[in-house]
Ligand binder design. Structure first.
Ligand code: NAD
Length: 382
């Protein structure tokens, strides 16, 4: 068995209405003033009014709700200095990955000062941030369990992650009732992101026997429940499973990493505003198709786990069928193609160069990939 390291940091509180346990956490960690970073949609809900009211009974707080789309480094800086100037010693993030990442970034600005872009890269954060309580309302990025926060550098039109152990949240509250309001298109895009985290971490070069169990189960849960949550958003059981699945996929992502799907998707988000989950979902079958020579056994195994009727197929046969099955699966969600985002095909070469610079997922990819291979993948997803 190969050597590996495994980390799952946050204390996890799971269940419908578990968000109401925030005051208990606050009492436990004894903070004096809280920065609540909240998603724009969620900030206007009755649920948020209730959360503010119960938090207000135990501690002072300020609210930052200025997250417009996927966060820029400037948004992260503004949020961090808002918390710092208000003397906050704890951050709560309630929202999708954009909100949670902004909250995670703010927590390190509060203690370290500086700017978000100073810390983009690997292990560039000098010291821990203030404690972080993460409450996802999408299912999702898994940000509540990862050591990453992603911000767009607007001037360069590029996305870049801060990757540091100091970004691991201390608490993750998984309350599926908060995801019931997700409309079908966002259910699909965020759910496909989670599916990619599960699949990519399962197939990553860095996968180990512990992450493989977690990632495989994440994929099984998401595969079964995403179409249900998409077609009936009020199905609480499907929402519960999706939040659980995306959390598991996040553990896989944090420990085994993602692969070329994410590298190839990043520039689409930075340059053309393609939502993170859409870019990943759209690219997934074409990257798997490219990877096939190296993943026949593993993808075949996963395929047979997902499709019982394929049990008599060889791993190779099942792996080839799985790529087509994923294309059919994506049809259900009617996600746009690359051409629908007005991306000129002449930009593929430059996009591919940028994708290769998102180097860690490229290194994790089970098959070596070149600029020309990536251009071909963009063409197929056009
Ligand atoms: P998001 O946070 O950008 O939210 C998408 C939309 O959904 C927004 O309009 C938001 O207002 C709305 N929304 C959120 N919750 C809702 C709810 N319960 N009901 C109705 N509407 C709701 O989307 P996301 O996919 O969760 O996050 C994407 C960001 O996360 C990207 O910046 C991506 O790069 C990042 N990301 C981070 C990690 C990590 O490990 N930190 C992993 C993957 C992705």
């Amino acid at each position: 068995m190969k050597r590996f390291k495994f980390l799952c940091k946050p204390e996890v509180i799971y269940g419908v209405d578990s968000v109401l346990s925030i005051p208990d956490i606050i009492k436990k960690i004894k903070c004096r003033k809280i920065l609540i970073v909240v998603d724009k949609f969620f900030s206007k809900t009755d649920k948020f009014a209730k959360i503010k009211s119960i938090i207000g009974k135990v501690v002072d707080f300020v609210v930052f709700d200025k997250i417009e789309g996927e966060p820029t480094t400037e948004t992260g800086d503004e949020c961090g200095y808002f918390g710092k100037e208000n003397g906050c010693d704890c951050v709560i993030g309630i929202g999708g990955g954009s909100t949670l990442d902004t909250a995670k970034g703010a927590s390190i600005i509060i203690t370290n000062g500086g700017r978000i872009r100073d810390y983009q890269g690997i292990d560039k954060v000098p010291s821990p941030g203030v404690p972080k309580i993460m409450v996802p309302t999408t299912a999702g990025t898994g940000s509540e369990v990862t050591f990453t926060a992603v911000f767009i550098r607007k001037d360069e039109k590029k996305k870049g992650g801060i990757n540091s152990v100091y970004l691991y949240p201390e608490f993750a509250i998984l309350d599926p009732s908060l995801t019931l309001t997700l409309p079908p298109d966002i259910t699909a895009s965020t759910g496909l992101d989670a599916l990619c985290h599960g699949m990519e971490s399962f197939l990553s070069r860095k996968a180990n026997f512990l992450t493989e169990i977690i990632s495989l189960n994440a994929v099984k849960i998401i595969w079964k429940n995403l179409p249900v949550a998409y077609s009936n958003g009020n199905d609480l059981k499907a929402r519960e499973n999706m939040l659980y699945g995306s959390f598991l996929a996040g553990i896989g992502l944090a420990n085994a990493g993602v692969t070329a799907v994410h590298s190839i998707s990043y520039p689409l988000g930075g340059k053309f505003g393609v939502p993170h989950g859409i870019g990943n979902g759209l690219l997934l079958p074409y990257v798997l198709e490219f990877n096939l020579p190296e993943i026949k056994e593993k993808l075949g195994f996963l395929a047979k786990e997902l499709n019982e009727e394929w049990k008599d197929l060889s791993f190779e046969e099942a792996s080839v069928k799985m790529v087509e099955e994923i294309k059919n699966f994506l049809e259900v969600f009617k996600i746009p193609r690359l051409r629908d985002f007005g991306i000129p095909s002449e930009s593929f070469s430059e996009l591919a160069e940028d994708a290769l610079k998102v180097s860690v997922p490229i290194e994790n990819n089970p098959r070596s990939i070149s600029k020309q291979d990536i251009v071909e993948i963009y063409r197929k997803a056009y």
